[in-house]
Design a protein around this ligand. Structure first.
Ligand code: ATP
Ligand code: MG
Length: 475
């Protein structure tokens, strides 16, 4: 059987109740017995002193012990049936004195011996007529008439026998203690069952929800009704389920976006080839160039996706080396000048003198500049200006790329670093891009331990876009 939490809790709870019940009931039983013994000892002593006096009176009145055995037997054992006058008037009075104070002393063992130590009466009936040994006589009360010893009285306690009132009293006390232990155990089981069922109910709900999430139902949530630790766990679980739901949605969108972006160049390639096969398009160099540029586009897209997935899964390896950032920036910009020239865009370069060597991955750094600059060129109209500033301050290399282009609408600004995000959705990949460039830039900057931010429109001009990057000099 599964060792469920409710069984463990119930087990611990019952163990606690049983131990507490034993701790309370055993000393109570022992104390009751010892108090009861003490009470009967005192009672017996008082009674035996009184009985000794009465016996001496009997002896003195009768001048001998004759008839004492019958009187004692009747007093001690047949009290309810004995009739007044049975033993003479005086002896009836004595019988009354003897029985006084005997309540609760029915377990007495009474022995009376005469002056010669011959047992005249034994309440057990075993030793009557026998000789009372010296050591037993010492335990008893010596009966004196004047100064003459006339006998010995021994009143001792019988072991509490079955069926005696003393035994019945102790048994009833013990029974009520055991009964209260059983009743409290039963109440504890019922209350514990209800309580622990309530306590473990959120756990069961959580397990049900976790099972559902485990099988792919990311919409499952737990309802929270309390304000305890279970509620905290429930809230954390709901947060986790929400993140998983978002991640799953993201993944599905990502796959749909990839399929969409790959389809555009592939359809173009397929269409061109089929048109050439059907002789609609000539199989000439122009068409081959067209096909070639489509495959370049496709290749770039696949490379971008690969780079992005490496960066997102934390598997992007940087080849960090100390390099001169000014020189590397100039070299990279050189290759972009041709593209800018086609739109008569001026690239202004403002690189601070004496920049420190920085620990960078030169290929990735060049890719950052390329992506930002190709965006700036793409979104800046003809005869515009792109300014590239490079400086250093407090351990950081600061790169800014500012254009005089269309700017980014404020509602799009928070999302431009998301993958596949394009502010102008109507642009095709041929005229715009897949929306991966800035996502890659952000990952590359962060992989270098840096930060990137965007401002649009640029404060100074009121139009255009400005990207600011900070990279730590020492990684
Ligand atoms: P890709 O870079 O994958 O070829 P892309 O250029 O469209 O495609 P990103 O570089 O990520 O993608 O840019 C995302 C979007 O941000 C662009 O589609 C564009 O709408 C906007 N954007 C980026 N840079 C600029 C800029 N300098 N001026 C105006 N809008 C920009
Ligand atoms: Mg881009």
């Amino acid at each position: 059987m599964r060792n469920s939490l409710i069984i463990k809790l119930m087990g611990a709870f019952l163990l606690l109740i049983i131990v507490s019940a034993l701790i309370i009931s055993i000393p109570t039983m022992l104390t009751t017995k010892s108090a009861f013994d003490q009470y009967s000892n005192t009672n017996r002593q008082n009674w035996s002193t009184r009985l000794a006096g009465t016996l001496v009176d009997y002896y003195e009145t009768n001048g001998s012990w004759d008839g004492i055995d019958t009187l004692l037997a009747s007093t001690l054992s047949t009290r309810p049936n004995s009739k007044p006058g049975m033993f003479g008037k005086e002896n009836d009075g004595m019988r009354h004195s003897m029985s006084m104070g005997m309540m609760g002393n029915d377990d007495q063992h009474v022995i009376l011996a005469d002056q010669n130590a011959v047992i005249l009466f034994d309440s057990s009936g075993e030793h009557t007529g026998k000789y009372l040994p010296e050591e037993d006589r010492k335990k008893g009360i010596t009966l004196l008439s004047g100064s003459n010893p006339i006998g010995t009285l021994i009143v001792s306690k019988d072991t509490i026998g079955k069926g005696t009132p003393a035994a019945a009293f102790l048994t009833s006390v013990n029974r009520s203690i055991v009964a209260s232990v059983i009743v409290s155990l039963m109440i504890a089981i019922i209350l514990g069952g209800v309580l622990f069922n309530q306590v473990t109910s959120p756990l069961r709900q959580l397990k049900k929800a976790a099972d559902a999430v485990g099988t792919g139902n990311f919409k499952e949530r737990v309802s929270i009704h309390s304000n305890d630790e279970f509620a905290d766990v429930g809230r954390s679980f709901n947060q986790m389920a929400e993140s998983l739901e978002k991640a799953e949605e993201n993944r599905l969108h990502y796959m749909a976006d990839i399929a969409h972006e790959l389809r555009t160049p592939l359809t173009a390639i397929q269409g061109t080839i089929e048109a050439m096969q059907d002789k609609i398009l000539p199989l000439d160099e122009e068409q081959l160039d067209n096909l070639h540029s489509q495959t370049i586009l496709l290749n770039r897209l696949v490379n971008d996706l690969r780079l992005l997935s490496l960066a997102e899964t934390g598997h992007l390896k940087l080849d960090l080396k100390y390099i001169n950032p000014g020189e590397l920036t100039r070299q990279t910009l050189e290759s972009m000048k041709l593209l800018a020239g086609q739109k008569s865009i001026t690239i202004k370069v403002d690189i601070q003198d004496g920049l420190p060597e920085c620990k960078l991955d030169s290929d990735r750094y060049a890719q950052i500049i390329n992506n930002l600059l190709s965006n700036a060129i793409r979104y800046t109209p003809e005869k515009g200006t792109i300014t590239v500033k490079l400086s250093s301050s407090t351990g950081n290399l600061e790169l800014s790329i500012i254009d005089t282009g269309s700017g980014i609408p404020p509602e799009d600004l928070p999302f431009v670093f998301d993958r596949f995000y394009r502010a102008d959705r109507s642009r095709s990949r041929a005229s715009g891009g897949a929306g991966l460039g800035l996502a890659i830039v952000k990952h590359l900057v962060e992989a270098h331990g840096g930060r990137i931010s965007v401002i649009s429109p640029v404060e100074d001009t009121g139009y255009g876009t400005r990207f600011d990057i900070q990279l730590p000099v020492h990684n």
